[in-house]
Design a protein around this ligand. Structure first.
Ligand code: NAD
Ligand code: MG
Length: 399
């Protein structure tokens, strides 16, 4: 029998956490949960502790930690940023699933990489903020970063260790989100609940909004640039409304290889958990005769200005992706609270990027806005983008 693999899940109560636990429930003989984290959904975490009996957990605050300790006296319970890092470095875990949303995952995900583990990476924002540092750290520590985002996982499956110099381009597919067919003149009437209803995938709120603006695909271009050491010019995005082909690789001889499957995150997650083996998954068969046709169209730039912003940031590289990421997180958070209109998301981000252009040309521009040398630089650049966006949102309220 194959030895059980010990798993830690950062962000166990979210959508990636749910899909990971669903795969693990199908393979109790192969996987053991050793540690879990959550932010505020402590009741859900308690249910998971009851079911999976981990040895360690981490929650947001000390008072929440006390509550969990009272319910499970035998458990080691941590809290705050140090708690997340304790779990990420847990010596008992062989695989860490990075499923926290946003820049909050930066330090714990980096710690998992530094400690040389296999890291199933769904949390793309840290890679956007500090991709070079992650890749360098993984090569020092021997960590294996397993691409879990469905597009990157498709490419990972297709490449299967092939050398990168034979690749002509990577083609990332995108569903186009809920507004792919909406006439542009109706964009001012988009409601929050419309933006939150993705046609193909069930995901957390932040990535669902990023999918509606296609900022998500822009972040994924940056993610692909680092994971596959690919120049941005060789990464293409196409709209594929069925979300059956998860991405493609075109090779130097004109062959294109793709990975197909239902839009279900359990498929890429199980590939990462089982890697280098494939696991059995109880999912319906993919019957292409029922699907009938697969469609592909190019991206209309006027419909998805956020994608253009992110690709520009990818080209400019250095601190620009971190600035854009911070600004986007702040703007999306505000949008989710109902404080903004959908069309304002891109306008605010464009303004932040113009503000960045002017400060970056000044002689007294801080070094962290010129380049990312350390994780602290990435945090500061992200914070700069966040504050710049907040300022612009306040100006808008005052106007
Ligand atoms: P989610 O909002 O459903 O879950 C987020 C998890 O992170 C929760 O467990 C939450 O408790 C925890 N969390 C939130 N804020 C935190 C903080 N400040 N500190 C510590 N923990 C915190 O998000 P999700 O949809 O599961 O996405 C997670 C990550 O995976 C994102 O980076 C997203 O882009 C990426 N991803 C998700 C999907 C998907 O299908 N959901 C697909 C591809 C990539
Ligand atoms: Mg994706």
């Amino acid at each position: 029998m194959t030895r059980q693999k010990n798993i830690s899940i950062l962000g166990a109560t979210g959508s990636i956490g749910d899909s990971t636990l669903s795969v693990i429930r199908q393979h109790p003989d192969r996987f053991r949960i050793v540690s879990l984290t959550c932010h505020r959904s402590v009741e859900k975490l308690c249910e998971l502790i009851h079911e999976f009996r981990p040895e360690k957990v981490s929650v947001h605050s000390t008072s929440e930690a006390r509550h969990v300790r009272e319910a499970f006296p035998e458990l080691e319970v941590f809290s705050g940023k140090e708690g997340l890092i304790n779990i990420a470095e847990d010596p008992d875990a062989q695989i860490v699933v990075a499923g926290i949303v946003g820049s909050a995952g930066l330090f714990p995900t980096f710690s998992a990489v530094s400690s040389g583990k296999n890291v199933a990476l769904a949390n793309k924002e840290p890679l956007v903020m500090a991709g070079r540092l992650f890749i360098e750290e993984a090569s020092k520590s021997g960590a294996k970063i397993l691409p879990t985002d469905s597009e990157h996982n498709a490419i990972f499956q297709v490449l299967n260790g092939r050398t990168q110099d034979k690749i002509r381009k990577l083609v990332l597919t995108a569903s186009g989100g809920p507004f792919r067919d909406l006439p542009l003149e109706q964009f001012p009437h988009i409601r929050l609940e419309d933006a939150l209803s993705h046609p193909n995938w069930e995901m957390g709120n932040k990535i669902t909004i990023d999918s509606a603006t296609m900022m998500n695909k822009g972040l994924e271009v940056i993610e692909a640039r680092w994971l596959f050491d690919m120049p941005v010019e060789k990464i293409e995005v196409v709209i594929h409304r069925e979300s059956i082909i998860h991405s493609m690789v075109e090779f130097c001889d004109g062959s294109t290889l793709a990975q197909l499957g239902f839009p279900d995150m359990r498929i890429p997650i199980s590939y990462c958990l089982g890697w280098p083996e494939r696991l059995e998954l109880e999912l319906p068969n993919l019957d292409l005769t029922k699907i009938g046709s697969l469609n592909f169209t190019s991206v209309e730039p006027t419909r998805y200005p956020c994608l253009e912003l992110a690709i520009d940031a990818a080209r400019m590289d250095r601190s620009v992706p971190a600035v854009l990421n911070g600004a986007n997180e702040a703007v999306v958070e505000s949008y989710l609270k109902g404080h903004l209109h959908f069309v304002e998301i891109a306008k605010l981000l464009q303004d932040v990027m113009s503000g960045y252009q002017s400060i970056s040309q000044k002689p007294d521009c801080p070094s962290y806005l010129r380049d990312i040398q350390t994780l602290e630089d990435a945090v500061k650049a992200d914070q700069w983008g966040r504050e710049e966006a907040q300022q612009r949102m306040q100006e808008r309220v005052a106007a």
